[in-house]
Design a protein around this ligand. Structure first.
Ligand code: COA
Length: 152
């Protein structure tokens, strides 16, 4: 099956949308004020993704920050009912292209190591293990740090 997900940059008017999407994806949502700051911040990339044939209903977000030649993924999420449709891969792939075009050579991604979906997506996108933080999360779970080389 051909999957064509649309990815676009979030603009100043999209802070509420980003907050709503984040709230659908995470137990501890980031509010509209926080999202407005990300959208306005230099070096921060905010993307929204839409599943095929649903142009009017964004279902995913990604926020990454770049400084000099390094970038970090701050968050990404796909609303539960649109998962496993290629949106996460499409967003990450788009972000890699944009960050690389801006001069970043490496992207760091930090994730709860029990988050099988995110770990699988990062590995499938070429990310390599780059470290671990013991009991980093409130749940007691460890954080796995991945690194993705943007030069290839
Ligand atoms: C992680 C997340 C963003 C993945 O988004 P998605 O749109 O469902 O992922 P995709 O459909 O693009 O999947 C791409 C690949 O990732 C891997 N993958 C994604 N979800 C997976 C799962 N639940 N189990 C195993 N592998 C998975 C697979 O390799 C998949 O390729 P395939 O479908 O061809 O097998 C989504 O599960 C999510 O929003 N989770 C909650 C928020 C979160 O944990 N964010 C990441 C930390 S910030």
């Amino acid at each position: 099956m051909t999957r064509t997900c649309a990815v676009s940059r979030a603009g100043p008017g999209d802070a509420a949308l980003l907050a709503a999407l984040h709230a659908r994806c995470f137990a501890k949502p980031w509010d509209e004020i926080a999202m407005a700051r990300f959208v306005a911040a230099p070096g921060v990339l905010c993307l929204v993704g839409t599943a095929p044939h649903e142009v009017a209903a964004p279902a995913a977000l990604l926020i990454a920050r770049a400084a000099a030649d390094e970038a970090e993924l701050l968050t990404m999420g796909v609303i539960p009912e649109r998962r496993r449709a290629g949106l996460g891969r499409a967003l990450l792939s788009h972000a890699l292209a944009v960050l690389s075009s801006r001069g970043a050579t490496q992207l760091f991604l930090e994730v709860d190591e029990t988050n099988a979906a995110a770990v699988a997506l990062y590995r499938a996108s070429g990310a390599k293990p780059a470290g671990r933080r013991e009991r980093y999360y409130e749940s007691g779970a460890n954080a796995a740090i991945f690194s993705l080389d943007l030069r290839s």
